[in-house]
Write a protein that binds this ligand. Sequence first.
Ligand code: NAD
Ligand code: TDX
Length: 353
Amino acid sequence: MILVTGGAGFIGANFVLDWLRGAQEAVLNVDKLTYAGNLRTLESLQGDSRHVFARVDICDAAALDALFATHRPRAVVHFAAESHVDRSIHGPADFVQTNVVGTFALLEAARRYWASLERGEREAFRFLHVSTDEVFGSLGPTDPQFSETTPYAPNSPYSATKAGSDHLVRAYFHTYGLPTLTTNCSNNYGPYQFPEKLIPLMIANALAGKALPVYGDGRNVRDWLYVTDHCSAIREVLARGEPGQTYNIGGWNEKANIEVVHTLCDLLDVARPLAQGSYRDQIAFVKDRPGHDRRYAIDASKLERELGWKPAETFETGMAKTVRWYLEHQAWVNEVASGEYRKWVETNYTKRM
Ligand code: NAD
Ligand code: TDX
């Protein structure tokens, strides 16, 4: 069994669904179910004994000890985090708590459990920490892409707390020998993303006839990776990565935000044409995000060279799939937008889904 934290969130849920499509090995899904956790996403796993769900806060050391002792996982894949930069600007406390204190509590619980294992199991154990390219800070237009050796320079409360967690993970390898792996990935997009993030927000607003709020001049650049490509990279790193190493994950898709929004509008113009005009007419340039990083770009060549990973989707195929998915899953989106998903979470939550 593997222990996944944050498996009811966007990337974690995609990872759990992908994992259980391809493997018989069970998943212990540990998630607190904050606003970003949505069990509706995992509805297809109800009654599947390979998926065990535990509503637990990663800051709760006693609960974590009990889960390790009962389920005896061979690995941890740690997604749980507060993940939205704008929320971190308005309320950084939850970010420090979950991303730093929570990762610390999880590392401690993992270390206690790992120390109790037989030698062979100890050597095979892995703790994979899922992190972000935002820890490296902001690039100028002609700077080289982030590599694994780029110095950390986080600029937002979110990225500062992720950087803190990355450093703790590094220290647990160097100090205690816990077999850790860290991945730093670029911006993900695809099914089941909470509609506070750029791509699902723009699709939802476009379809609702609302403004498409582009921060600043729209020229901030992100590298975009389709979520299932992130999941396949994590599986590779978990299977064959070298303990103590970090791996950058990216899609080689640097795009200015305004280009991303134009692409979405153009896809929607074809898929769901308006009576007149284009969805582009709804674009509104708004006040910039404070401290808004100008450019992120990832050099993923280490992962490609050492582990043979390659993304399956291009930006074009990934965006087309994403728009189609949101159009075909309006019920999921509407439930999130209306808050109805929280009721579903509360009434359908059971220890074992
Ligand atoms: P998300 O916000 O969609 O999901 C986070 C999940 O963690 C939710 O299910 C939430 O309930 C859970 N959670 C939060 N606090 C918790 C706590 N204290 N205890 C237990 N569970 C808790 O996030 P996401 O976009 O899926 O990101 C997952 C991970 O990947 C994060 O660590 C994030 O930093 C990292 N990451 C995200 C992106 C991206 O583009 N979204 C890119 C690179 C890295
Ligand atoms: O309404 C918007 N308008 C806008 O212009 C929103 C929500 C965003 N933006 C801009 C800000 C960013 O330059 O779009 C870009 C992407 O924004 P987000 O979707 O909020 O993502 P970002 O801030 O880049 O962070 C994301 O990628 C890295 C994830 O939220 C992080 O968890 C991940 O680590």
